[in-house]
Design a protein around this ligand. Structure first.
Ligand SMILES: C[S@@+](CC[C@H](N)C(=O)[O-])C[C@H]1O[C@@H](n2cnc3c(N)ncnc32)[C@H](O)[C@@H]1O
Length: 766
């Protein structure tokens, strides 16, 4: 049975809610029959599993950011919120406080098991919820399904690793990879994260999600992962071009999602065993391409939020058979607190048709109604869906796959396999050749826009694997007759990517203005036009991203975005006096909030101003505080600002009061005009900072919201009072009417056939 939280002596409110209360079914006999036949769990555990799968999922969230800022925020939750929430009661019953996921490193992930209604009704949890919303919007917390956090952890990403997330949107796992890349706040990572998704709209979601953790080392692409193009890099010394392979590959592939039934209730009614069958081939093709992109010695994680062996062990077994340089990693010692089950070595594939279960692939195909159906079945049911022989399954060590079921730690269900590629010296030459060949094929194939495989039904053709019938190509898809010439992809409409010349006038102007030292990466300033001109925005990328963009055509990579927004042009000069215009003309480029932590590294210490919590309060309370009002009595920053020129500046605030979880200084960009200064920080982040520092949202937006809330509460209070009054009046009236009725019992009237105990008030005049 799933665990209950809390102290045994105190009653804890049962927060579980069967999902059927949502008005949708949570039954599916096919689901039960299919999975029972797979012997996933013994009978007792199966009952626990199915019982848990029918309860609503607890909320879970992760603290994001680098280790020191994340630990700070975690301490803040533990010291400030947990004691406060541990007192929370609803109808006299204690509510369970949030609980740390014991298997998540450094306790940085939490689970909260309350319904929305309970949160709304509890003032303590409402306050906590408010805090979570702000911190989430400021990018310091991410809501994420607990089990979905596992694959990136097992990928073991380090700051020097280059990783590709093949099916990345909406990007919760990419965010984890970026955090691992930037886990050391003292060194710039040399690695890379490529976040790819075949769905164009979802690829833009990725751009948004990845901007929550700004990184010069990110590239977002929009490809069908089965044909992700080869990437090349150039050796800066010899200028030799070579194929670039990744240290880490994540294949979190599209799947039936039946491990997420606790939150996606509609899955219950749509589920059939054929759903998984229909995805197997695509999943295998994505994995095979991932393997080709992996460096020898590198690690690959394959995962799904499905418990179906056809989408899981069958895909792994087929990939292992085709790629002998790959093997399953024993992850038993990794995340030791995580309860999990071994991978399956045997499973059944659904071969039922028209109520007859053929039990065998060949028998089913033999009994096809006609040639067309035979072809279709051959396509739809590749042999790779069936388990290997017992001996092969043993040799492959399929038990090393990880299965996490809902009931084990009150989560969703997930499948994860950790694979590694043999180091080059031991890699079989024939494997290398085979791999080379298919890589070349992809180079020569014109890059077509990816089919949106999440929305369109999968055609049998799109589900063929390398070892099955080749996909039929339309004329349009044929490679150009001219050898080596690749047809341009006319559907790709992104603005071009180019790098500013390091001697460009704008580069010179901001280098002089900010007094950047020699280590400032002038060569890595990216713009979105073909002319290498600074338009309105300048991005910063890492050396590796620059190398990749120089060595590859960005349209072939279908690159959507890259790097971190470093400067934006601030050329509205109406606010400045003539003298100030002169100064600002020296540099129109304002540091953005997302880039401030990168920029500050290249500034001389005297170029960074220092501020106090009182100073920050002025910036939080007003969007454009006048300089003379900043910081109360002890206004050092005010004096500094009064005596400096207009334009972009950076301030360091030391805000630690031992409790607010701000032990690291906070850096913010300011824009100074003639008489006032603005903190160039997003509304939500301003509110989150205020909440942590001052215990309430002092920002203009926060004050407005509090006022609206107060008015709403007052309205509700007076409505409740009115209702009470009315109820009292009604009661009074009822009593009076009853008395009248009793009185009238002896007198024959029109009402004599009304039952005496009638609950409705009687019409007074009848
Ligand atoms: C399970 S979701 C990925 C979730 C994501 N890894 C995360 O943690 O936020 C699968 C994703 O695969 C994408 N997808 C489907 N077919 C694809 C393909 N052939 N190539 C690349 N992406 C694909 C879908 O658009 C979807 O965003």
């Amino acid at each position: 049975m799933p665990k209950k939280w809390g102290n045994k002596k105190q009653p804890i409110k049962n927060t579980r809610q069967p999902t059927e209360q949502k008005g949708l079914t949570n039954q599916n006999p096919l689901f039960d029959k299919y999975y029972k036949s797979q012997n996933l769990l013994d009978d007792g555990e199966w009952n626990s599993f199915i019982h848990t799968a029918k309860q609503l999922l607890p909320t879970s969230f992760r603290i994001t950011g680098n280790k020191s800022t994340a630990n700070d925020l975690n301490q803040h939750i533990k010291k400030t919120y947990i004691p406060f929430l541990s007192q929370a009661k609803l109808d006299g019953v204690q509510l369970p406080p949030p609980k740390q996921l014991d298997w998540y490193p450094d306790g940085l992930a939490w689970q909260l098991n309350l319904t929305k209604q309970q949160i709304r009704k509890s003032p303590e949890f409402k306050k906590f919820q408010n805090f979570l919303v702000y911190e989430n919007e400021a990018g310091n917390i991410s809501r994420q399904e607990a089990v979905s956090m596992i694959p990136p952890l097992l990928l073991k990403m380090d700051p020097h690793h280059s990783a590709i997330d093949m099916c990345a949107a909406p990007g919760s796992k990419t965010a984890q990879l970026l955090e691992a890349l930037h886990s050391d706040p003292h060194t710039d990572p040399t690695g890379l994260v490529v976040a790819n998704d075949s769905d164009n709209k979802r690829a833009y979601l990725l751009v948004h999600q990845t901007s929550r953790l700004p990184s010069p080392n990110i590239m977002v692409t929009n490809h069908d992962a089965t044909s992700f193009p080869n990437i090349y890099t150039t050796n800066p010394t010899t200028q030799a071009r070579s194929k670039f392979l990744f240290d880490r590959v994540l294949c979190d592939v599209p799947c039936t999602g039946d491990g997420t039934v606790r939150k996606n209730l509609e899955i219950w009614s749509h589920w059939t065993p054929n759903n998984g069958n229909g995805l197997h081939t695509l999943q295998l093709r994505i994995l095979n391409r991932g393997i080709q992109l992996l460096k020898p010695g590198g690690r690959l994680v394959y995962s799904t939020c499905s418990i179906n062996p056809v989408e899981n062990e069958a895909v792994i077994a087929a990939a292992l058979r085709d790629n002998p340089q790959m093997s399953l990693v024993d992850a038993a010692e990794e995340l030791p607190q995580l309860k999990r089950k071994e991978g399956l070595k045997h499973w059944h594939v659904n071969t039922a048709r028209d109520g007859i279960d053929f039990g065998d692939r060949d028998l089913l195909i033999e009994n096809a109604r006609d040639e067309r159906e035979r072809d279709r079945l051959n396509d739809k049911l590749p042999r790779t869906m069936w388990p290997p022989s017992q001996q092969d399954a043993d040799n492959m060590l399929l038990e090393r796959c990880l299965r996490v079921y809902s009931h084990q730690q009150d989560t969703g269900s997930f499948f994860i396999a950790v694979l590694e590629k043999k180091e080059e010296k031991t890699q079989d030459k024939t494997d290398e050749k085979k791999e080379e060949k298919s890589l070349e094929k992809i180079d020569e194939t014109p890059q077509q826009p990816p089919a949106d495989s999440t929305k369109r039904p999968l055609s049998p053709q799109s589900l063929t694997t390398n070892n099955q019938r080749p996909q039929k190509k339309s004329k349009k898809d044929e490679p150009s007759a001219e050898k080596g010439k690749v047809q341009p992809d006319t559907t790709f409409k992104e603005d071009p990517f180019s790098y500013l010349d390091e001697h460009d006038e704008d580069v010179k102007s901001f280098t002089a203005y900010y007094k950047f030292d020699d280590t400032f990466p002038r060569r890595n300033l990216l713009v979105r036009n073909p002319n290498r001109e600074a338009g309105r925005t300048i991005y910063l990328t890492s050396d590796l991203v620059r190398n990749i963009l120089h060595s590859n055509d960005y349209t072939r990579l279908r690159l959507i975005s890259s790097g971190v927004k470093l400067f934006v042009k601030q050329d509205n000069q109406r606010a400045f006096s003539d003298e100030e215009k002169d100064i600002v003309n020296r540099c129109k480029w304002r540091v953005t909030n997302e880039s401030v932590s990168f920029v500050k590294k290249y500034l001389p210490p005297q170029a960074i101003f220092r501020g106090t919590p009182d100073d920050l309060k002025s910036f939080v309370e007003h969007y454009h505080p006048v300089i003379s009002s900043i910081g109360g009595a002890n206004g050092e920053l005010r004096d500094v600002l009064q005596n400096t020129h207009s334009g972009s500046h950076i301030v360091e605030f030391s805000l630690d009061n031992g409790e607010n979880g701000l032990s690291q200084p906070v850096y913010v960009p300011l824009w100074k005009s003639k008489t006032s200064v603005s903190m160039m920080v997003d509304k939500k982040e301003r509110s989150a900072l205020s909440l942590r520092l001052f215990g309430e949202d002092l920002s203009e937006a926060g004050r407005k919201q509090a006022e609206v809330q107060k008015q709403r509460e007052e309205r509700m209070k007076s409505a409740a009072e009115n209702a009470l009054e009315k109820e009292g009046e009604n009661e009074e009236k009822k009593e009076q009417d009853n008395a009248e009725t009793i009185e009238s019992k002896s007198q024959p009237t029109d009402l004599s056939d009304q039952p005496l105990e009638t609950p409705a008030p009687l019409p007074a005049t009848e």
